[in-house]
Design a protein around this ligand. Structure first.
Ligand SMILES: [Fe+2]
Length: 202
């Protein structure tokens, strides 16, 4: 059996990471259907331009075996689309029981979490705060500050992501909205329940 060599990486407070094996960016124009108000989304795309950066992810992964970890960073730019704060698309892991650690490096955000059977939690994050996300929780990050919200994350390399679950459900169960310069979690009237297609743990 060959043994993977340990890898040291440099991670800056702005999420820049040395030795990333994958870097991907989402532009404002890539997020059609993520926000509840199509009008507010279209107005923001027109104002910022479709090519404006929404978020950037750095990842370091050496293989896809269940015992291996992916380590990475997510830098989510600030902003709002109507009353909703800027957020990532969100997902449930394709192997749903896989957990994930998120640690805030800078900025001010919220980790928004749902179970498919009815629980919903929002946890505020600032530099130094971490959230240990158990398996079976749909998760996304939301930037409720006015600077980039940067997190370090780590999860099982075989976990995968189901990105369409939230879309099929009409969005997550709750919305994180801007109200009097602060954030508030409110029910999403469009949410119609989750229907999972995730594989069971193998
Ligand atoms: Fe995840």
């Amino acid at each position: 059996m060959s043994v993977q060599q340990p890898v040291a990486v440099d991670i800056a407070p702005d999420g820049t990471m040395s030795g990333a094996s994958r870097v991907y960016e989402k532009r404002v124009g890539d997020l059609d259907g993520v926000y509840r108000s199509q009008e507010a989304y279209a107005a923001e795309v027109a104002r910022r331009g479709a090519e404006d950066l929404a978020y950037i992810v750095h990842e370091q992964k050496y293989d896809s075996s269940p015992g291996s970890l992916i380590v990475g960073t997510s830098k989510l730019m600030p902003g709002a689309f109507g009353s909703e704060y800027a957020m990532t698309r969100g997902h449930l892991h394709a192997i749903a029981d896989r957990a994930e650690l998120y640690h805030c490096l800078s900025g001010h955000g919220v980790m928004l979490l749902d179970t498919v059977d009815g629980q919903s939690v929002a946890l505020e994050m600032t530099a130094g705060k971490a959230v240990n996300v158990p398996g079976h929780w749909v998760h996304r990050t939301v930037n409720v500050g006015d600077t980039p919200f940067v997190t370090l994350f780590s999860y099982s390399a075989d976990a995968g992501q189901d990105y369409s679950l939230i879309e099929r459900a009409g969005g997550m169960r709750t919305l994180i909205i801007r109200e009097s310069q602060s954030w508030r979690q409110v029910a999403n009237p469009d949410h119609r329940g989750y229907k999972t297609t995730s594989r069971p743990s193998e």
